[in-house]
Design a binder for this molecule. Structure first.
Ligand code: NAP
Length: 289
């Protein structure tokens, strides 16, 4: 299926993050714009810039990133490609994971470190306020009230508009909501990995945006011969498009952020917003995995 409109991402409909930041529901995840192991610069930085600019042209208004992607590489590329930013673009970043090498991610949630994370993301992105700031992981060695508490302080100072969490249980979301309003939760979730179903339902019940990471199961759902291949052919769509359309139809609070380092894949993926699925079709796809 090819795109039929100039801004296909808009066909996904919108969600109001924190009740007041409206984004098109199909976004873009900027983690793949780095070197291997999410470490260092990408092999083709010019293509990374093109991907970011094309995403915005095609109607993406939610870009997910983190200081730890590279580290810093993804945020730097976003600033290079897109600043000064369009008014309707929300850059959602994260902090709280340190990097010591390719594929190594270690949480540090001490409040003085998280404060520095926010300050440095503001500087790298060239923003005065971060629209959505997500605690990348809860650090089990630091009290939750200190971690969410410092983000709430920075929200009160006007440096963060809304606070999100990542890889959390319902109990952890509830504990965090005692400290500050939680606008979004970002957990692993896709057609074949639905361990966060209960969290998604909690988010839906509480008006919290649910951002499923690995929406394509890191490409597994997009490859030829994937579990979706035959259903995709029936729909005249690609497997990647069907995986994303399934997510968009799963709940109105779901905000998928498929990642890619290629403009061709980006264009294909955003076509998913234009695929209509009936309730029965969603159920049939759900039963595939
Ligand atoms: N909160 C967290 O802890 C956490 C963890 C992981 C990720 N995330 C976020 O979630 C976002 C999405 O995750 P992800 O990018 O790792 O995984 P993903 O979106 O599930 O899949 C991305 C992979 O699929 C490939 N791909 C994308 N579109 C394709 C297409 N149309 N056809 C074939 N292959 C395709 C990409 O390769 P190409 O580059 O070749 O297209 C890439 O290898 C990240 O960018 C990041 O923002 C968050």
């Amino acid at each position: 299926m090819t795109q039929s409109t100039a801004r296909p991402a808009a066909a996904a409909g919108t969600f109001d993050i924190g009740g007041d930041l409206t984004v098109n529901r199909l976004g873009y995840g900027a983690m793949q714009l780095t070197g291997p192991g999410i470490w260092g610069v990408p092999s083709d930085p010019d293509e990374a810039v093109r991907v970011l600019r094309r995403a915005v042209e095609l109607g993406v208004t939610l870009i997910d990133t983190a200081d730890s992607y590279g580290p810093f590489v993804s945020e730097d590329l976003i600033a290079k490609a897109l600043a000064p930013y369009p008014d309707d673009l929300l850059i959602a970043t994260k902090g709280g994971l340190t990097r010591h090498g390719p594929d190594i991610w270690l949480p540090v949630g001490r409040p003085e470190y998280l404060r520095q994370c926010v300050e440095m993301s503001l500087r790298r992105l060239g923003l005065e306020r971060i629209g959505l700031y997500q605690l990348h992981r809860i650090d089990p060695q630091v009290p939750l009230e200190d971690q969410v508490g410092v983000l709430a302080e920075m929200q009160a100072e006007g440096k963060i508009a809304h606070i999100g969490l990542s890889e959390v249980s319902v109990a952890q979301i509830e504990a965090a909501r005692v400290i500050a309003p939680i606008a979004t939760v970002q957990n692993l979730y896709n057609l074949t990995e639905r361990g966060s179903q209960e969290v998604l339902e909690y988010c839906e019940g509480n008006g919290i945006g649910f951002i499923p990471w690995f929406p394509l199961a890191t490409g597994e759902l997009a490859r030829p011969g994937s579990v979706l291949a035959s259903a995709a052919a029936d729909h005249g769509a690609s497997a990647a498009q069907l995986a994303l359309a399934w997510l968009l139809h799963r709940s109105p609070v779901v905000l998928p952020i498929p990642g890619t380092s290629s403009t061709a894949h980006l264009e294909e993926n955003l076509g998913a917003a234009e695929i209509g699925l009936s309730g029965e079709e969603v159920d049939r796809l759900t039963a595939l995995a």
